[in-house]
Design a protein around this ligand. Structure first.
Ligand code: C5P
Length: 228
């Protein structure tokens, strides 16, 4: 695996601990994911700290609001010089289009990624929310809407990635969490695949957290993922 394809999820609240992970893994991993836990605790200054180390940042804010508000938030976030930023495709065509326009004007090097159906949702949850589709059907529908709004990347489960790759084409960025090396604990993820399976099915990038952060020997865990 190319080290650019692996993203470490910095799922901790403490800035020093997160920076220590960046310094410890940066020679093997190019990009680090800052999610809501860390961003709400540490704010934009922390993103600047990570950028100072030379590491790339995936800012997983899952933006979802009216088009103008999302476009303005995207504009602000793009000043932080990040590699990936997430928005919810459920915000609709116009919201996604406004976000795409904001990125192309302020930071064309940033790739916007659409979130389709959260992997914590199953078919019953979608039914409760009034959707007629299965999780797979709904993901496909939202993926096509995202493409029509100008998005060129999505976050998806490793089990949907083959279908989405076929539907969206070779140059779409497909980022998959829920990746577990052979023998690693599944934790709260339900639809998982190994790194090799996810890449073979069409993932362009893998997001991995606990299999490295919670490993007894994180360096060895990282090496074995890269080898796999
Ligand atoms: O520890 P683990 O490898 O399960 O971490 C996966 C990361 O990917 C977490 O930061 C989680 O929030 C994120 N994620 C996910 N499923 C999604 C979107 C993001 O697990 N659909």
């Amino acid at each position: 695996m190319n080290p650019d394809q692996l993203i470490l999820a910095l799922d901790v609240s403490d800035a020093n601990e997160a920076l220590a992970w960046v310094r410890r893994c940066h020679d093997k991993i190019a990009c680090f994911k800052i999610g809501l836990q860390l961003f709400t605790a540490q704010g934009p200054d922390f993103v600047r700290e990570v950028r100072k180390t030379g590491a790339k940042v995936f800012l997983d804010l899952k933006l979802h609001d009216i088009p103008n508000t999302v476009a303005k938030a995207v504009e602000s976030v793009c000043r932080l010089d990040i590699q990936f930023l997430t928005i919810h495709t459920l915000g609709g065509h116009d919201m996604m289009e406004a976000a795409v326009r904001a990125v192309s004007l302020s930071a064309p090097q940033t790739t916007l990624l659409g979130i389709t159906v959260l992997t914590s949702h199953n078919n019953d949850d979608l039914d409760d929310l009034g959707f007629d589709h299965t999780t797979t059907g709904q993901s496909l529908l939202l993926a096509k809407l995202a493409k029509s709004a100008g998005l060129r990347g999505l976050v998806c489960s490793p089990q949907e990635v083959a279908l989405l790759r076929k539907e969206l084409g070779a140059d779409f960025t497909l980022v998959t969490p829920g990746v577990r090396p052979v023998g690693a604990a599944v934790n709260d993820q339900s639809r998982v695949a190994t790194p090799a399976e996810a890449l073979a099915n069409g993932s362009s990038h893998l997001v991995i957290g606990r299999p490295i952060l919670h490993a007894p020997d994180p360096e060895a865990a990282l090496e074995s993922i890269l080898r796999e």
